[in-house]
Design a protein around this ligand. Structure first.
Ligand code: GDP
Length: 299
């Protein structure tokens, strides 16, 4: 929690500082509410959430004197309630063996790193994990995943750069089965500038996996970079056109002042949020907790 709190410090100083500026022993009147709403929008929470949260304040506190402490506490509570339905840490289904997870997202969003961190956590929890270096477009991504695999001690199925990603995914699922793995995490390419090409590639990967297991992939996790702010919302919409996204991981909350975008995402898309990235290190992935996040966001 401390790490999350530190990670969110830029988001929270933006929100907290703004709240202090608005509510230093002041009555909650129309002008204050309007300023609060603007602050929430500028902190990337989105218009809908900002309106809902402000309306709730107006309903319960209008005309009363409030301190910034009270506003922060109440906001944290409201945001936690809003996020609660989407907070669903990833738990592998042992009955699936392997539980196949396709990890998608634009280049640079933190896919490969997230796979490494998630694999580490799952291995520590006693799961047998296999990784597939499915971003066959980039040699660096293949290498990076191999390094993670060595570090964590889990097998990485990889081929040379330029190899067919679907063929690799098929091999990976076969190997994962043979080895009795609990989870197979498959990395993918993120060339969103070639949307048609990416869609064809992802759908081929999915088609081929289904030949071995009609229910695979069991999850399609979209990795989003929080520093892109409102752009992350657009990425969700775009990826949902390409594949059946089942959940999200939001990375780079450390050092981003745009952590509020997670609230906008929850509000607009309603997709489960499995985890958040709060750094580049192996232990910097946190299972997503609505309350911890809301408290971190408000400082
Ligand atoms: P990919 O192209 O989507 O596979 O992205 P990578 O996993 O290669 O990550 C891109 C960059 O973001 C790398 O330098 C990572 O170390 C960094 N990164 C990933 N997750 C986080 C995070 O939660 N916090 C920070 N600060 N950096 C991250």
């Amino acid at each position: 929690f401390r790490r999350l709190r530190e990670g969110l410090s830029r988001s929270s100083s933006r929100l907290g500082g703004g709240i202090s500026a608005i509510f230093t022993k002041r009555k909650l009147d129309d002008a204050a509410l309007e300023e609060l709403e603007e602050l929430l929008i500028s902190a990337d929470l989105g218009v809908k959430a900002a309106t809902t949260l402000t309306a709730e304040f107006s309903r319960t506190r209008f005309g009363k004197e409030v301190t910034d402490e009270e506003v922060r506490g109440a906001l944290a509570g409201q945001i936690a309630t809003l996020l609660e339905p989407v907070a669903k840490p990833f738990v592998p289904d042992r009955a699936k063996r392997p539980h196949v997870v396709l990890v998608v997202g634009v280049n640079g969003s933190g896919k490969t790193t997230t796979i490494g961190k998630l694999a580490k956590r799952l291995v520590e929890e006693g799961h047998k994990v296999v990784l597939a270096a499915g971003d066959t477009f980039r040699a660096a991504a293949i290498e990076q995943l191999q390094i993670w695999g060595e570090r964590i001690g889990c097998p990485v199925v990889a081929r040379d750069q330029g190899a067919d990603a679907a063929g690799l995914a098929f091999d990976a699922l076969e190997q994962a089965r043979r080895q009795g793995a609990d989870v197979l995490l498959i990395d993918t390419a993120g060339r969103l500038h070639n949307k048609a090409g990416l869609m064809a590639e992802l759908q081929k990967v999915i088609r081929v996996l289904k030949k071995l297991d009609p229910e695979a992939p069991h999850d399609v996790v979209l990795v989003l970079d929080a520093t892109t702010g409102q752009n992350a919302l657009q990425q969700v919409a775009t990826f949902r056109e390409l594949v059946n996204v089942t959940g999200l991981v939001v990375t780079k909350l450390d050092g981003s002042a745009k952590g509020g975008v997670l609230v906008a995402l929850a509000e607009a898309q309603g997709l489960p949020v499995h985890a958040v990235g709060v750094g580049e290190g192996a232990d910097d992935l946190r299972p997503f907790s609505a309350e911890a996040f809301a408290k971190g966001l408000l400082g």
